[in-house]
Design a binder for this molecule. Structure first.
Ligand code: AMP
Length: 326
C-alpha cells in the first residue's frame, strides 16, 4: 500500500522512490495505491487545481507502468472508512510525538500562517491509509521512514490496547536501501514544491530537461587523481546511475578518478539519457490525461476494490474496540 499527494507534477524522486517499486510489486502482491488528495488539503487549502492534479497523478502512475486492472488504484477521499480509522487512531497518537515529527516541523517553518490540526495529525491519516488494508509493505522513499515508524507504533498500540488486528507495516524498496533522489542544485531532495528548477518532472519537455541538467552545480573538476567527490558531483553520478547504461557510468567514473573529467560532456550525456527515459512517460501520460472517461472508470474500479478491503478491516476494528452493542 502506498500513496502520492495530488499537490502538483510528479518527478524523478516520486518515480525512483515510489512508483518504480509499485510497478514491480503489482506482479507479486495484492496492491493498493492511491492519490492522497485528503493529505494535500493539509498544505493546499485552495482546491482550484485539485481535480487536474488528481487526474495527473493517476495518468502519470499508469504511464509509468501501473496497471489499474492488477492493482486497486484509487482516490483516498473515495474510501470513507479512511476517515473513521483516522479518528480512532487519533486516540492512540500523542501530541508530543506528533509535534516532534520532522515533516511537521518543516511545514510549520514553511507555512507559519497555516499550522492546522490536519498537518499535526498527518502521520495518523497516513497510518489509517496503510492499516485500512492491513498492509505490511509500504513502498516509499527515504523521506517517509519516520512516518512509517509512527504507523508501526500506532498499529502496535492498537493491538496491545484492544486485540491483534494489524500487521506491522514496513517501508519497502526492491533494492536494499530506501532511495533519496537529490535535487540538481546540490541541496536536499527533488520535490514537487521546492526549487522547481532543480527538480526533473515527468512532464518536462526535452528542452527543459537539457536546460535543467546543464545548470546543475559542478566545479572546475578534481585537481588530482582519486580525490573524494563533493556532494553535488556525487549527486550527478547518482542521477546518471538511475538512467544511463553501465558503460557510460564507468567511463565518467574513470575520467573522474584520472582527474580528466569534463562535466559539460557528462551533463550532455546525462541530459540525453534522461530524455530517453522521461519522454515516453510524458507522452503516454498526456494521452491518458485527455481521456476523462477512462480516468473516471479507473477511479470507480479502484475505489470499489479498496472499499471491500476497507470494510472488512473496519468490521474487525469496531469489534476489537467494542463498538458493537447488539
Ligand atoms: P509525495 O510527493 O511527498 O506525496 O511523495 C510520494 C512518494 O514519493 C513518497 O513515497 C516519497 O517517499 C517519494 N519521494 C518524494 N520525493 C522523493 C525523492 N526526492 N527521492 C525519493 N523518493 C521521493
Amino acid at each position: 500500500m502506498s500513496g502520492i499527494r495530488s499537490t502538483g507534477f510528479l518527478h524523478l524522486g516520486n518515480y525512483f522512490g515510489a512508483i518504480r517499486n509499485y510497478v514491480r510489486m503489482q506482479e507479486e502482491y495484492t496492491c493498493y495505491f492511491m492519490v492522497a488528495d485528503l493529505h494535500s488539503l493539509t498544505t493546499h487549502p485552495d482546491t482550484k487545481e485539485l481535480k487536474p492534479n488528481v487526474h495527473r497523478v493517476l495518468a502519470e502512475n499508469i504511464a509509468c507502468g501501473l496497471d489499474p486492472e492488477k492493482v486497486a488504484l484509487y482516490c483516498q477521499s473515495h474510501v470513507y472508512e479512511t476517515a473513521e480509522l483516522y479518528l480512532l487512531l487519533n486516540m492512540l497518537a500523542y501530541k508530543g510525538e506528533l509535534e516532534k515529527t520532522t515533516t511537521f516541523k518543516d511545514k510549520v517553518r514553511q507555512h507559519p500562517e497555516n499550522v492546522n490540526a490536519g498537518l499535526l495529525t498527518y502521520p495518523v491519516l497516513q497510518a489509517a491509509d496503510i492499516l485500512l488494508h492491513r498492509a505490511s509493505l509500504v513502498p516509499v522513499g527515504k523521506d517517509q521512514e519516520q512516518h512509517l515508524e509512527m504507523s508501526r507504533n500506532f498499529a502496535n498500540r492498537f493491538n496491545h490496547r484492544y486485540r491483534e488486528v494489524f500487521p506491522e507495516p514496513f517501508a519497502f524498496n526492491f533494492g536494499e536501501a530506501l532511495i533519496k533522489v537529490p535535487s540538481l542544485d546540490g541541496t536536499g531532495k527533488m520535490s514537487k514544491s521546492e526549487n522547481q528548477y532543480a527538480t526533473i518532472f515527468l512532464s518536462d519537455s526535452d528542452d527543459l530537461i537539457r536546460k535543467k541538467i546543464m545548470k546543475a552545480k559542478t566545479d572546475a573538476g578534481p585537481s588530482a587523481p582519486n580525490m573524494p567527490m563533493p556532494d553535488y558531483i556525487e549527486n550527478i553520478f547518482l542521477l546518471m546511475k538511475l538512467v544511463s547504461g553501465a558503460d557510460t557510468i564507468q567511463k565518467f567514473e574513470e575520467d573522474y578518478n584520472k582527474a580528466a573529467i569534463r562535466y559539460g560532456d557528462m551533463k550532455k550525456q546525462l541530459a540525453e539519457d534522461m530524455i530517453r527515459f522521461v519522454a515516453p512517460i510524458r507522452e503516454k501520460a498526456e494521452s491518458i490525461r485527455q481521456d476523462q472517461a477512462y480516468l473516471k472508470r479507473i477511479m470507480e474500479m479502484g475505489a470499489e476494490k479498496a472499499r471491500i478491503s476497507a470494510a472488512a478491516t473496519m468490521e474487525k476494528v469496531r469489534e476489537a474496540i467494542g463498538l458493537k452493542y447488539y
